[in-house]
Design a protein around this ligand. Structure first.
Ligand SMILES: C[S@@+](CC[C@H](N)C(=O)[O-])C[C@H]1O[C@@H](n2cnc3c(N)ncnc32)[C@H](O)[C@@H]1O
Length: 216
């Protein structure tokens, strides 16, 4: 049996109390998302965002791509850790939430670092490929039905030393429950098996709802 501690809320509080403080606008987005009720769960976890920030700063990444922006928590976290000449390309099909996110980016004064496209992600990704764009980090966090498509598109958009992160791949633990047969669990299991058999470096990081960390 591998040795891992349980991360309950008191442990999360302890981790926050001993880590870098959140930016005031990160706190504001969390509060806003909490006011939305059930859909607040769409946001990546704070621990996941902290990990992304660590990666960007340590690897000195400059160009990032996000598929699924929602109200902007992950995008803001990425932009805050990018250098002043860094850029995030953020895609989401939902205009209303994207406008909310844009407002938060302005408040945090990182709006110039973020290029937002309101579009179906598959269309947006094809256009980026046509333009021969390349990214150091790609975060996939949109509709699970298209995860395999997003991943395959990302393979041609990622730089040689880049990292692709895919969220929700443990799906609240359901992927390891053989009796869970709902549509999304089955889609995520299909995706995870696809990655398992792909000739790429991979590692599952069990924070938030689970990140697949992939690199060439
Ligand atoms: C889980 S949320 C993203 C959360 C965000 N990364 C954060 O941390 O706050 C998923 C987002 O993907 C968007 N989405 C779903 N299907 C999409 C599609 N086909 N093309 C573009 N965006 C899509 C939704 O509108 C939603 O905002």
């Amino acid at each position: 049996m591998d040795k891992n501690i349980e991360i309950d809320q008191s442990m999360v509080d302890y981790i926050f109390a001993h880590s870098n403080n959140l930016h005031p606008i990160q706190k504001k987005i969390i509060k806003y998302n909490e006011s939305l009720g059930y859909v607040k769960k769409l946001q990546i976890s704070v621990l996941q965002a902290n990990f992304i920030q660590f990666l960007i700063q340590q690897k000195k990444f400059k160009n990032c791509l996000e598929i699924g922006t929602f109200t902007g928590y992950s995008a803001l976290s990425i932009a805050l850790s990018l250098p002043s000449n860094g850029k995030l390309y953020a895609i989401d099909k939902d205009k209303k939430n994207t406008d909310v996110a844009l407002n938060f980016f302005k408040q945090a004064k990182v709006n110039r670092k973020i290029n937002v496209e309101v579009n179906n992600a598959l269309v947006a990704l094809k256009n980026l490929k046509k333009k021969k764009k390349k990214f150091d980090l790609i975060l996939i966090d949109a509709d699970k039905e298209n995860y395999i498509n997003y991943f395959n598109q990302s393979l041609s958009l990622i730089n040689k030393d880049g990292i692709i992160l895919i969220d929700n791949i443990l799906w609240k633990g359901e992927v390891a429950n053989p009796s869970s047969k709902d549509k999304i669990t089955m889609k995520i299991k299909e995706f995870n098996n696809y990655i398992k058999n792909k000739n790429i470096n991979k590692y599952i990081l069990p924070i938030g709802d689970g990140f697949f960390v992939c690199w060439k």
